[in-house]
Design a protein around this ligand. Structure first.
Ligand code: GSH
Length: 198
């Protein structure tokens, strides 16, 4: 089997959500770095595949998918041994899809972020965002949350369920490689930028 190609940058939250999905599936991706800072995404070869010039982008033997949520659904549906990561049951599926609260956190707006934390806290009535088991919804959310929590800390007393959920996700054997390291890298780079500006 030819491994699917993922155009990505490890610092990017939606790319890390796809990395987490692939690891959870035990799927090996052929990783190709698209360095946004160097403008790789604006080069003509990349624009031919994705005129919207965003990452991640998946090329699975000619099937091109240029959006993280669509990629995760595709990978989980095609390569999952069962449907646990993306349940076929429509009620469970819609529960996962409706957890958009923390997917698109605007990093610069602290109050918006705290509201998103509160939404996530209220959503986490069970162990994971879509219920009692891990799904791709958790991967989308944690890739965003872990990218902002270095700037806007998650107060354990105010958000105990989020705290427990993060602890559970950190216990995944592939968590650090697929997400933690990239989130730390992003925080470090952003802090350097902020320091430069001040
Ligand atoms: N909703 C999209 C968002 C993708 C996105 O905005 N990616 C950013 C990096 S985190 C990007 O490629 N930015 C470059 C650009 O927009 O030109 C997804 O989940 O795939």
């Amino acid at each position: 089997m030819v491994n699917p190609i993922l155009y990505f940058l490890h610092m990017s939250p939606p790319c890390r959500a796809v990395e987490l999905t692939a690891k959870a599936l035990g799927l090996h991706l052929d990783l190709r770095v698209i360095n946004l800072m160097a403008g790789d995404h604006l080069k003509s070869e990349y624009l031919k595949m994705n005129p919207r010039h965003t990452i991640p982008l998946l090329d699975d033997n000619g099937t091109i998918i240029p959006e993280s949520h669509a990629i995760m659904i595709y990978l989980a549906s095609k390569y999952g041994k069962d449907d646990s990561l993306y349940p076929k049951d429509l009620a469970k599926q819609s529960k996962g899809k409706s957890q958009r609260c923390c997917r698109e956190i605007p990093p610069a707006k602290a109050e918006e972020v705290r509201k998103a934390y509160q939404l996530l806290e209220d959503t986490l009535v069970e162990d994971y965002v879509a219920g009692s088991s891990l799904t791709i919804g958790d991967f989308s959310c944690i890739s965003s949350v872990s990218s902002v929590m270095g700037f806007i800390p998650i107060d354990r007393t105010k958000f105990p369920r989020i705290h427990g959920w993060i602890t559970r996700l950190k216990e995944l054997p592939y968590y650090e490689e697929a997400n933690g390291s990239g989130a730390t890298q992003l925080t470090t780079e952003l802090l350097k930028l902020i320091e430069k500006r001040n």
